[in-house]
Design a protein around this ligand. Structure first.
Ligand SMILES: [Zn+2]
Length: 331
């Protein structure tokens, strides 16, 4: 959590309490200002965080696949652990009295932000039907509210685990489920409220992303999601996705970009956390491709994109048969 605080709040010795922003109080409780210019520590930590996120995604994939390679898993976990310690040391170093590139205010500011995040998490958890038992530094222990059915929390956790395994998602789900329970005038949060909440959260997430993207990006996304919806592991190879993209652009008579542009558009879409990718290769002769994986169910992405009148023109059965033929071709 601390390295992420440093990067998202721009906590860096060269920009904290700078003169140009001395009128502002950016750090909660301490009143320090932070410059709008990006600090050096963010430049240092960002690539390490990104590299670790990629390794963590690979770990998740290795754990989920049918015959997990334990050696590869151990290697990936070792690499992730090594990067974690570099990151943690970068935070600790800010508070070291002889640090050449450190500054105690950065250490204080990181702690102040962490405290604020913990308090916000407490409020949200309590609003979502939990009781906080204990909280320290970057961890929080909670127990379900007695007004929540026993099967509700495991279900919310299972929904969250389907995608990123992110605790924030489970908390969000519980908050929405609690709202739905209240709106429907029920006294207890039940399983159906969580299911309703899951559908609502998922649709909102996808809508939020696709509402503002160009038709070309929608076509790239639709093609890739159509592939992911048909594969057994829910992933889509860029090479296969591109074939389906070509079919779609032909079908609606839209401009057709090269594969490189398709890949770049898909990569740009990863910034919304709706889709993620990993570089892959199947032997030296087959070349590299990207493997895309969606954070929400690919079917939700397809349904939402079909609200676009141009995409709606294409028959979904035809797309499905094109996708199936392309998947058969790839093996
Ligand atoms: Zn400044």
């Amino acid at each position: 959590m601390y390295p992420n605080i440093i990067c998202t709040r721009n906590v860096s010795p060269d920009v904290i309490r700078c003169d140009c922003r001395s009128d502002r109080e950016d750090v909660p409780g301490l009143g320090y200002s932070i410059c709008d210019e990006r600090g050096y520590l963010v430049d240092v930590l960002h690539p390490i965080i990104d590299a670790r996120d990629e390794i963590k995604a690979a770990i998740r994939r290795e754990q989920q696949c049918e015959n997990t390679d334990e050696d590869r898993l151990a290697e990936l976990e070792g690499r992730s652990g090594a990067l974690k310690w570099i990151l943690v040391a970068c935070f600790g170093y800010q508070g070291f009295s002889n640090a050449k590139f450190g500054r105690i205010e950065c250490h204080e500011a990181s702690n102040a932000f962490a405290r604020e995040i913990l308090l916000t998490a407490k409020q949200r958890l309590e609003a979502g039907g939990w009781r906080v038992v204990h909280g320290i530094v970057d961890s929080i222990w909670v127990t379900p509210d007695p007004d929540v059915d026993d099967d509700v929390i495991p279900l919310a956790a299972a929904f969250a685990a389907q995608t990123h395994g992110d605790a924030r998602k489970a908390i969000d789900l519980m908050r929405v489920a609690d709202e739905l329970t209240e709106r429907e005038g029920d006294a207890r949060v039940r399983e159906e409220h969580v299911r309703e909440a899951q559908a609502k959260v998922e649709n909102n997430r996808v809508l939020e992303v696709v509402r503002w993207i160009s038709t070309q990006k929608k076509l790239c996304l639709y093609a890739t999601a159509a592939v992911a919806a048909q594969t057994t592991d829910g992933t889509a190879r860029s090479t296969t996705g591109y074939r389906v993209y070509q079919y779609l652009t032909d079908a609606i008579d839209a401009d057709q970009y090269h594969q490189e542009t398709y890949v770049n558009k898909m990569k740009e879409l990863t910034t919304y956390s709706l889709v993620d990718f990993e570089r892959r290769s199947h032997g030296p002769s087959s070349g590299m491709f990207l493997e895309f994986q969606f954070a929400e169910r690919p079917d939700t992405v397809l349904e939402t994109l079909r609200e676009d009148s141009r995409i709606e023109m294409v028959s979904d059965e035809e797309v499905e048969s094109v996708v199936k033929a392309q998947i058969r071709n790839q093996s």
